[in-house]
Design a protein around this ligand. Structure first.
Ligand SMILES: Nc1ncnc2c1ncn2[C@@H]1O[C@H](COP(=O)(O)OP(=O)(O)OP(=O)(O)O)[C@@H](O)[C@H]1O
Ligand SMILES: [Mg+2]
Length: 260
């Protein structure tokens, strides 16, 4: 079975896209699964978070986007220090893509994955950039589903609506199978404002909002600084985060250990 290709997105910065990508990757491997993470952000935070330092001549997401070649993604996959997690890394070079005027630019990522046997993986997770640029469109054209990550703030409903409109456009014009899988509330604190904004999101989007929200806890940043999967991190409230990411995983259309 080919794994689901999921884009973790929000055009807003700092909402927890990268933390969620790493947290879900950790949750998948904690139950013996295997995941391919694709860093589609020129900040390279996911690449760094997985403990990968780029070396001269390594292929990155940029190389999947600067040419049109079927299946080239296979050549860019590397192992990471995290057991069960492979990666297509990114660095600042990916930023060049936004000024590339090639006609087929937004289709190139999809072409790069064309014909690949991804059955060794239980999921492919694309960590998206914090804008509505060409790279985001390319990811939405290559993906099967979108998981919107949002903080519970005054702008959340509006931000998710914009992303939903973009999903609709891509679905109508380029990728009819693209599904809106879930909305995930991330970096949640127990303040009145956050509670209020969470209920606003739940009223607006109903069951599309994951029951599990991810709390804002310092252990998340500590695990990131240590380049450690949260499920192997000890200290602080790491256990609360482990449960949150594992519960969230169970709500997503990801099947661990499906027969190949
Ligand atoms: N659940 C959490 N608890 C505590 N800190 C968190 C949590 N989630 C994310 N953070 C921290 O918040 C900051 C932003 O998170 P993250 O990098 O995951 O967001 P992002 O949406 O990927 O940002 P960007 O849009 O810049 O890529 C980081 O410093 C991260 O460590
Ligand atoms: Mg990020």
């Amino acid at each position: 079975m080919q794994p689901r290709k999921i884009a973790l997105g929000n055009q807003k910065g700092g909402v927890g896209k990268t933390a969620s990508t790493l947290g879900l990757a950790s949750a998948i491997t904690a139950v013996g699964g295997k995941v391919l993470v694709v860093d589609m952000d020129q900040q390279g935070n996911t690449t760094g978070g997985l403990g990968v330092a780029l070396e001269e001549g390594m292929m990155t997401a940029y190389h999947l986007m600067n040419q049109t070649r079927e299946g080239i993604a296979a050549e860019a996959i590397i192992a990471t220090p995290w057991d069960g997690v492979d990666l297509i890394p990114a660095d600042e070079e990916l930023g060049k893509i936004e000024s590339d005027g090639s006609n087929d630019l937004v289709f190139r990522l999809d072409v790069a994955f064309e014909g690949l046997d991804l059955s060794p993986y239980d999921a492919v997770l694309f960590d998206c950039p914090p804008n509505m640029g060409k790279v985001l469109f390319a990811v939405l054209i290559a993906a099967d589903g979108v998981v919107a990550i949002t903080e519970p703030t005054i702008d959340s409903v509006g931000g998710v609506q914009k992303l939903e409109e973009t999903i609709d456009t891509v679905r109508k014009r380029a990728n009819p199978k693209l599904a809106f899988d879930k909305i995930v509330i991330s970096r949640k604190r127990s303040t009145g404002e956050h509670e209020f904004r969470e209920s606003e999101l739940r009223e607006t989007y109903g069951a599309l909002v994951a029951k599990t929200s991810i709390p804002e806890l310092a252990a998340r940043q500590d695990a990131h600084s240590n380049r450690t999967p949260i499920h192997q991190f000890k200290g602080g409230k790491a256990l609360t985060l482990q449960l949150a990411y594992s519960d969230l995983l169970a709500e997503l259309p990801i099947v661990i250990g499906a027969p190949a």
